[in-house]
Design a protein around this ligand. Sequence first.
Ligand code: HEC
Length: 129
Amino acid sequence: MKKSIVLSFLIPCFLFFSLLIICNPANSQDAAKAPATLPDSINIIVTNSCTPCHTSQGGLMSKSKLNFTEWANYSPEKQKEKAEKMYSEINKGAMPPKAAREKRPESIPTKDQLEIIKKWSESFTADKK
Ligand code: HEC
């Protein structure tokens, strides 16, 4: 009898704390990290310049267009298309957006980094349909 009272108190407590742990939103360090499915060289650039906007934690507009958290689930065609877009957006100075560039000039990819992204974007072999 006594045991069941203790249990009926402990179990909800346990569930409550498990929920807290499960639902705890990723801390900002995790949120800013792009997933490892990108090559390291690209991951470094993206993590410095494109996240957290383009991850599941980012803005609705940015993540609906390009979400690095979902990158591994993109089809090869979509990866190719997005990689090419990444290059062209950075190349024409449209990404990171103007406000982000002004706020964090160090987030603008360097010429070398742009070249790395260009080569990578050209390395996709999936045919665009
Ligand atoms: C401050 C937030 C922010 C940062 C940082 C940022 N973006 Fe964006 N990006 C957006 C938003 C918002 C959109 C959607 C609106 C638009 O297209 O202008 C977007 C759209 C895009 C698109 C268009 C996708 C499509 O299919 O049309 C590409 C590609 C892109 N971003 C690449 C990048 C890359 C690469 C970086 C890093 C070098 C980057 N972005 C950094 C906010 C951001």
